[in-house]
Each structure stands twice: as C-alpha cells, then as structure tokens.
Design a binder for this molecule. Sequence first.
Ligand code: CP
Ligand code: NVA
Length: 307
Amino acid sequence: MTRHFLQDDDLSPAEQAEVLDLAIELKAKPYAARPFEGPKTVALIFDKTSTRTRVSFAVGVADLGGVPLIIDSQTSQLGKKESVADTARVLERQVAAIVWRTYAHAGLEEMAANTTVPVINSLSDDYHPCQILADLLTIKEHKGALAGKTFAYLGDASNNMANSYLIGCATAGMHVRIAGPAGYQPAAGVVARATAIAAETGGSVEVFTDPKLAIAGADAVATDTWVSMGQEAESAQRIADFAGYTIDADLMALAAADAIFLHCLPAYRGFEVSAEVIDGPQSVIWDEAENRLHAQKALMVWLAERA
Ligand code: CP
Ligand code: NVA
C-alpha cells in the first residue's frame, strides 16, 4: 500500500522519529540517498504562493537524484477544466511522487485516493505537516530529545499551523500548549485527536485564550501570521482580534530563559512577533527554514521506500 503524508498523524510516533533521524543523517551527507536516480520526476503543484516550500522541495528532489517539475495551477488544467482524480491518473504514469500546496484539504485526500504514487501535503487550509517536521528537527537540534519538552504556539489557533503543531508535537511526545483568542480556537476534533496521541506518547495538550499562561516556562515558542493565504479579505478584522498576542520581549521573557523562538515564515514584524524577538538571539528561524530541505528529503526517501 502506497503511503501518503497528508496530515501529521500519517506518521506514527515511531515513524516520525525514524524520519527525523534520517533527516539528521541526510543533513550531514546530503547526497547519501538517491531514490529518484534515473532521474525520476517529482511533481510539485502550487495553488498558493510559496518561497521556502518551492525551493526546498525542488532542491531536495534534485539532491535525491530526481528532477522537480513545478506546476503552477494557474497555468494547468487542474481544478478548472479537469478533476483531481483525472489529474492523479495522468501524473502517476509519469512521476514518482506528487507534492501539492492547495486550499481545501479534501482535494489532497481525493488525489491520494486516485493514485499509486505517494502524495505529500505541502500546505492545505487545514494542515502544514512538512513544516512541523522541519520545526521538530530544529527543536531537536537545539534542545535535544523532543519527548517531555514544552512547546507553546500563540496566535491563530484555528489555522493550519496550529492544527499541525497540535498533532505533530503530540506525536513527538511533547507538552503542547496552544493559545488563541475566542473565535480563533482549534476545532474540537483536532484537539481530541492530539489528546489521544499524547496519551500514547506521554505528551499533553492544553488550549488557552491567555497567551501568558500558554508561554510560561516553555522550551520552544512559535507563532504564525494572523492572516493566512486565502483570508486576505479578513485582514483588518483579524489584526483587531489578535491584539495582545504579539510575541514581544515582555511575553518571550515568560518562557524558559533558554527558550527558542520559531516562525514558519513569511513573518509580519510588529504584528504576530516584534522585530526584537524574531531577529534576536533566541530566534532559530533560519535553521528552521533550512530544515525544510532536510526534513522533506528524509520524508521523500521514507515514502519512496514504501511506494
Ligand atoms: N513556511 C512556508 O511554507 O513558506 P512558503 O510559503 O514560502 O513556502
Ligand atoms: N498559516 C500560513 C502559513 C504560511 C506558510 C498560511 O497558510 O498562509
């Protein structure tokens, strides 16, 4: 059975650990794995804009011996003239894997259901699981073993990053704390799934509205934009609703003294985070952005071995 990576819990706790260990190996020896030797082609489809995801997947596929084929959905038939299922059948005859950044998560499920090659979610409205693998790799590099560490995310607790942090960090056995204002809280189903995973891994899950309670003593702190792709029309309302959630030096001072700061980027300085924090000594954002490459290479190798 072909394995896909559409959401964070598509990898079990043991499998997630295996992928992260492989990422550390590939970071040290970038050309050690060549699953796409041939070269085979990997389709990278973008319905939304991207810098990091486009670069890290394109470089990663090339490092693994393959050729990245970047498909901008604005100039392809997908979603307008042709169904996801028909696109999946066309692609599987010619590519070794499909990486897709899209809006509705259901599209990814439809793609996976209609193809024999691995499908990877490179961001949907609901999840950004490749980013969480990179973040976990970054936390592991800076803080050592993930299990038992406290991770706090403050901001839009109803977005793709919050969902993926809930599920992905619980999978890693971390204590996950998520804070967002009323109206921007995670869906009950996602919290329940994360809580069930944490019960297995020894982690825990807590959801707050008070950012100070969530960040207190945390080992790793993260935030994300208050206005995700596709929500631009709500910008003014959202900026008003998130007042008090900016991670500035005062809020960051409540975390552990040696806490690290993460942001998936792109960042909006002065909104979800102050320049002082994101450009300060606790910030590990450039390691985090680089780790997209290493984590995704490990994921592609792992999935290719099971395809
Ligand atoms: N963090 C992230 O996914 O960045 P891009 O939107 O630039 O790909
Ligand atoms: N939540 C953001 C993440 C960007 C990488 C978005 O979906 O736009």
